[in-house]
Design a binder for this molecule. Structure first.
Ligand SMILES: Cc1ncc(COP(=O)(O)O)c(C=O)c1O
Length: 484
């Protein structure tokens, strides 16, 4: 038995000490931090390396060069029979990994729709990492539960969604959509007198899903995972901007899950919620909005009209690691009926408190990282005005990019109401050539795509770090590459 005054020494540390690993030769035998020199040295070394990486942002290539990528071969070693030194392991991670790490946190990163990391959110994440909480419920981990409750309340205020809605902090929009759809199905079946928990899906009433024809690929994935087949899914036709055409909306009834979108991933445009949501609600459908990045438009007085009427939905998806600029992986599922969300996700066990509002019961994970802490830190340091400004300023930069690129002779395919700029690349080969050349230059990152059959290049202005200077440099870079 351990003496009360002595802390537990993990078996790998004991083994390392027995093997003479210098990292652990001074490892702790008591709980006093003054007596943790080897462990603290290791953390200090890792912190120093991480700081060096972080301060290199802006000067390192946005995408790693070939030599750095080839250096990743150093990781390809057989699993050691005897554990290696922790110091040397961190040294390898930094020496081979850091040069090959993509600078997502760089102002010149325009890929996907992901943001950089706000310093407060990144710093909060470091503290939370040191806490190492299993943020399951408030009795298991009171600090994360208290902070995430505040973050949830603030999110609802900033996004101006029903204040009594439930907020689950998830790994991202993919998971949030999955959770929302699982909740929707359960409720729709319940209303039809079918208890899913008791009777399962076999012989259950047939549900139908209506999705935008321009839905995000992860919406299809979530539906597939839940067992919806292609025959259960109807695609609603969209206009040239990627918005559902209300006059062509397929029939909606009380057996329908309707999935709308705020922020199409190419054009940034949103479905006409004011026209569609009231009809769908009257019909008894469950309405969900995938607003992975577009929902943030709601935070700005100047751009709220782009997502007007969205508050009438039953559930919403929004990502923090996109426009709110928190670290990955960080998203929210928001459900008007918190009890319904809780019933779908409940995982109370004999050995836990029975806690309806616990994050364990609003998300997929039982043991989970307190992702909401970074959201809290981001919102607290930005304030409501700061979030609105982050939205407005990114849209202004995207519009600057569109105007500058048009002047430089590029054809911009979208209206640029939000933070997405879509460039006509003429051919798939050209889209690939230009985006590869941009990536290889190390001066920016953007990617190719296809929009309504047209090969295109996507520029997403989401990073809080991007300034007018970066946008102007991007225009110059793209013109140089085109002319080369
Ligand atoms: C509209 C939309 N939905 C879902 C996703 C998936 O988000 P995540 O990567 O956070 O799972 C994205 C990602 O870009 C998106 O734009």
């Amino acid at each position: 038995m351990l003496a009360a005054s002595r802390s537990y020494i993990p078996p790998d540390v004991v083994k390392a000490q027995q093997l003479g690993d210098p990292t652990y030769m001074n490892s702790p035998t008591t709980a006093s931090s003054a007596e943790l020199p080897a462990e603290l040295d290791l953390y200090a070394d890792a912190d120093r390396r991480a700081l060096t990486f972080a301060t290199g942002i802006g000067s390192r290539p946005v995408f790693p060069d070939v030599a750095a990528r080839n250096g990743l071969a150093r990781f390809n070693e057989p699993i050691p029979l005897r554990g290696k030194s922790a110091m040397e392991t961190i040294e390898l991670l930094d020496a081979a990994g850091s040069p090959a790490a993509v600078a997502f946190n760089d102002p010149r990163y325009y890929g996907y729709v992901v943001g950089a990391t706000l310093p407060a959110a990144a710093a909060a994440e470091r503290i939370a990492l040191a806490w190492d909480q299993a943020a399951s419920d408030s009795s298991a981990a009171p600090a994360p539960a208290a902070i995430e409750a505040v973050a949830a309340r603030w999110c609802l205020e900033v996004l101006d969604l029903p204040r009594t809605a439930g907020v689950g902090f998830t790994t991202g929009a993919s998971t949030s959509n999955l959770i929302a759809f699982a909740t929707a199905r359960r409720v729709l079946l319940e209303r039809l007198g079918w208890n899913l928990d008791l009777r399962g899906l076999r012989n259950s009433p047939q549900l139908r899903v209506v999705v935008s024809d321009a839905h995000h690929v992860t919406v299809g994935k979530a539906l597939r995972i839940l067992g919806f087949g292609a025959d259960d899914i109807v695609r609603a036709p969209v206009d040239e901007h990627g918005r559902i055409r209300p006059e062509l909306l397929p029939p909606i009834d009380a057996q329908t899950l309707l999935v709308l979108q705020a922020g199409e991933v190419h054009t940034g445009e949103s479905d006409p919620f004011t026209e569609i949501l009231p009809l769908a609600s009257d019909a008894g459908a469950w309405t969900h909005v995938d607003g992975a990045f577009g929902l943030w438009a709601r935070a700005s007085d100047n751009h709220r009209h782009l997502v007007a009427g969205i508050e009438a939905a039953d559930s919403w998806t929004v990502d923090a690691h996109k426009w709110l600029n928190t670290p990955y992986d960080n998203g929210m599922v928001i459900c008007r009926d918190v009890a319904a969300l809780g019933r779908a996700m409940t995982s109370d066990a004999d050995y836990t408190t029975q806690s309806a509002g616990a994050q364990r019961n609003l998300t997929l994970e039982f043991s989970r990282r307190a992702r909401g802490i970074a959201v809290w830190a981001a919102l607290r340091t930005l304030g409501r005005d700061g979030v609105a400004d982050l939205v407005d300023s990114r849209i202004a930069l995207a519009q600057r990019a569109a105007e500058g690129l048009t002047r430089a002779g590029f054809n911009v395919l979208n209206r640029v109401y939000l933070n997405q700029v879509l460039l006509d690349a003429s051919t798939a080969e050209n889209a690939r050539r230009i985006s590869t050349a941009v990536q290889d230059s190390g001066r920016a990152w953007l990617g190719p795509s296809t929009w309504r059959g047209k090969p295109a290049i996507r520029v997403s202005v989401t990073s809080w770090r991007t300034t007018e200077r970066h946008i102007d440099e991007l225009i110059t870079l793209l013109a140089e590459i085109r002319d080369a």
